[in-house]
Design a protein around this ligand. Sequence first.
Ligand code: MLT
Ligand code: ZN
Length: 487
Amino acid sequence: MNKEVAEEIGRIVGKGRCSTDIADLYVYGFDASIHHKTPDVVVRPSTVEQISEIVKLANRTLTPVIPRGAGTAMCGHSVPVRGGIILDLTGMNKIKQMRVEDLYCVVEPGVIYDALNAELEKHGFWFPTTPGSAEACTIGGMIATNASGMRAIKYGATRDYVLGLEVVLPTGEVIHTGTRTLKNASGYQLDRLMVGAEGTLGIITEAILRLAVKPKASAMTVAAFNSLVEAGKCVSNIIAKPLLPSAIELMDSVTIKAVNKCMNAGLPDCEAICMIEVDGHPASVEEEMCTVEDICRKSGSISTQASSDKKKISEWTQARKAIMPSLSRYGEKFVSVALADDMSVPISRIPEAVEAFHKIAEENGVIVGTYGHSADGNLHTKMLVEPYSDESWKAGERAVGQIYDKVLELGGTVTGEHGVSITKAPYMQKERHDSLGTMRAIKKALDPNDIMNPGKMFDWQGSIISHLRYPAFLDQPCERNDSCEGS
Ligand code: MLT
Ligand code: ZN
């Protein structure tokens, strides 16, 4: 990118909102994925007009634009693989309207999930999707990735709450999709197209979100099992009852050990646990929890420990949320990385899936921690790799390919909640092979110069062990060679 473009951006946004400082560029080259690449300029716009001007300039000069929220994405969404402009949207963080009587609010993209909920809870409402990164992640990033979390089984994903969007298209044109009404059948549902587009079709500058009523009570139980497969079967036994819990978090022995060691969490030391939450009216919560524990026992659970104490529920939830960082301390030489990260399978196929993941891990000599939002079939597998070892990365990549083949064989998807970007790209291309052409046609129509977050999803080629943030000595392209393109 030439110097004049950066100077022009500086003029558009004003002093202090644009940087080409080497330290800024370096840190903005990361997100929560295994990847890193340094951008050419970082800009912190404060209005939709500024964003529109920047995008017009980028389109004229064929400069990549990468929208960025809090950088919590786990697959490289905000890593600028072709350099260009990082558009940091965290400064646009106003809740512009709170219309509880109309069941919607209007927010800027940089509003943090927990901050929005703190405001909604004052009125008895919430935005219940519950991502793991709730304290940090932004609404814009959640929309861009169709993020969700532990309560998606009952409350759905981000897409279920988006009523309308303001979007700056790759030409700089500003459009408004959707409405402020709960129903809308007027034309293509373009907000749905933007949800999960991962910043490849435009920049979300405002969102109209539907509100949900916050339940009055909740209870949780931790059910322990002697086998992961039994725990997996228990999940579909609960769902088939029929019963709709607000969450069922499955954890295998690797993840239990990790959080017990790191957090002194005191979870049952066994092969698997299910943390099951029900919510609603206090009377129905009590009744549903009795039914849940009964199903757990009949499914082979060796112990259960129900509680409706907020402090206890919060301790269990914190232990669950701490899995990812705790796994990095599982063994001294390992780091826990987001590889084969968040597949979803039909709920009844969980036992088969988790059994296969562990077998594949063993055959490839890698350690895999398996856990996840099992109530909706969404599983996380974090791999423990030795970051300085070629062999370890290669074994991890082999295991990833086999895990995803199994997931597709079971009728699942390679990503239930984190999205595609780089780390899932080859596997998503396999999964979506007959609709890739349609996706490319949409991209070409909206972004003919391919400036919006280019080189990702259907356009990524080659190995995912690429542009690594770790100084491994692979002969794969990475940050050491700035001319590389991931092939
Ligand atoms: C979670 O479930 O906590 C998040 O999706 C992050 C993860 O652990 O993969
Ligand atoms: Zn998750």
